[in-house]
Design a protein around this ligand. Structure first.
Ligand SMILES: Cc1cc2nc3c(=O)[nH]c(=O)nc-3n(C[C@H](O)[C@H](O)[C@H](O)COP(=O)(O)OP(=O)(O)OC[C@H]3O[C@@H](n4cnc5c(N)ncnc54)[C@H](O)[C@@H]3O)c2cc1C
Length: 404
């Protein structure tokens, strides 16, 4: 027999079961309450921190799992528990990835631990790229970072929007324009340390789903950060800008920008979140179809219902396989020649939306009420086709990859 296997090893199974226990015993029972409250579930984040689930160590361990399956397996279990609470627990990870992707070792060592705090004093972090006029069109970003050479400080001005944990975070990672001539190639990422004057929370959004996760505008007014807060450092930025200017002159090859590097690394993880929500709704629907009796027999005995469940199960497994493939490729250093990361996010997010809608249908009137969790799961699932690049943007990325 060759080496190929899709079976999790014993360590992975242990971690999966441990996370599943937390998701089933702590997250599920609290899900409806925090959805209604539309507030960050601090006590649950604290509980996760005490158990080691909300910690840099835990994510680093999963991130460095040599099979690549650590992160998708963890995401699937937590989002199976509840998407809103899970996003409150893993939202810091997006900012952490922003630093890991672009920061120096010293910056990683200084800032990433501060993003999490510790079990007695938990903190969260925010990654702020989107703006009111720059969502999918990242190149339209206006938030400006200007270097004050005399003081070795960067001065940030602008308004960010849709930031998960925006304004309640201790550490904010902010993407800003350093050279407006270069479009998205003229962007850089900055750490805004805790309690920096000039950074404030704007509007907090009331959302359709994932309501336990805080989403808000972040306003930056003459925010001054030390030169050391430019991720990657000034020399690397100057080199990158010089290369981009050269290439712009010669009309040459594409250069990855800071925000895109973060998104590329995180897309399969978002696919795994979607798989978790889809699986949760499917399980409720399956259970219901086996027990709900109409016309003298369980509704699953009608082919119309059973075939829906068969399609749901098949699509969820197909989505997971795409996510696992992309995660394995990323860990094995394989280039995403056909945008396999985007493929996994596109397919899994669309599956989550359709599976959760079908789950409502299978539960009939009960599915439409807040007595059962599937309507919440359907509201939650709608986010996956929007954030970290909409489905349309994933299709653009995939089709461009195929065309080149
Ligand atoms: C709950 C939530 C949390 C978020 N968290 C974060 C975060 O932590 N940090 C952060 O920086 N951002 C975050 N975002 C922002 C998110 O990434 C953006 O909402 C997303 O990228 C889409 O941008 P937009 O909302 O401006 O939509 P738009 O870009 O205005 O798109 C509107 C519609 O037009 C379509 N469209 C746009 N351009 C094209 C095109 N060229 N071809 C075809 N269709 C197109 C889109 O697919 C979409 O259907 C979050 C958003 C939400 C809702």
């Amino acid at each position: 027999m060759g080496e190929f296997t899709l079976e999790l090893n014993e360590d992975q199974k242990q971690v999966r079961d441990w996370l599943h226990g937390f998701a089933a015993d702590v997250m599920r029972p609290a899900a409806a309450e925090w959805d209604e409250r539309e507030e960050t579930p601090w006590p649950i984040i604290q509980e996760a921190a005490k158990l080691g689930i909300y910690s840099l160590d835990f994510y680093a361990q999963q991130f460095f799992d040599p099979t690549g399956l650590g992160i998708p397996m963890a995401m699937e279990e937590l989002f199976w528990g509840d998407a809103g609470i899970a996003l409150s627990i893993v939202g810091t990870g997006l900012a952490a990835v922003g630093v890991l992707a672009n920061g120096t070792e010293e910056q990683i060592g200084t800032w990433v631990p501060q993003m999490y705090g510790d079990a007695n004093d938990v903190k969260v972090a925010a990654f702020c790229s989107s703006e009111p006029d720059a969502g999918s069109d990242v190149a339209s970003m206006r938030t400006r970072a200007v270097y004050d050479e005399a003081k070795d400080e960067w001065v940030l001005n602008g308004t960010k929007t849709w930031a998960t944990n925006g304004g309640i975070a201790d550490v904010h990672v902010v993407v800003a324009v350093v050279d407006p001539e270069l479009g998205s190639k003229g962007h850089a990422s900055f750490i805004v340390p805790p309690r920096t004057p000039g950074l404030s929370q704007g509007q907090k959004f009331q959302k359709h789903g994932i309501r336990a996760s805080h989403t808000a505008e972040v306003v930056l007014e003459d925010v001054r950060v030390p030169g050391s807060c430019l991720l990657g450092g000034k020399d690397k930025l100057d080199e990158r800008l010089a290369r981009a200017r050269e290439k712009a002159k010669s009309g040459g090859e594409r250069v990855k920008n800071a925000a895109m590097a973060t998104f590329e690394a995180s897309r399969p993880a978002v696919g795994a979140m979607a798989v978790g929500t889809a699986r949760a709704a499917y399980e409720v629907a399956l259970d219901y179809a086996r027990t709900r009796v109409q016309f003298g027999r369980p509704i699953i005995e009608n082919q119309g219902v059973a075939f829906q469940l068969a399609d749901m199960a098949t699509q969820i497994d197909a989505a997971r396989l795409l996510v696992w493939r992309a995660s394995w490729m990323a860990t094995a250093g394989k280039p995403f020649t056909n945008a396999e990361g985007s493929m996994s996010k596109l397919y899994a997010s669309e599956v989550a939306k359709s599976v959760t809608a079908q789950a409502i249908q299978i539960l009939g009137g009960n599915g439409y009420t807040r007595e059962y969790p599937v309507e919440r799961m359907h509201r939650d699932a709608a986010i996956y086709t929007i954030f970290e690049g909409t489905s349309e943007i994933q299709r653009m990325v995939i089709s461009r990859a195929l065309a080149t």
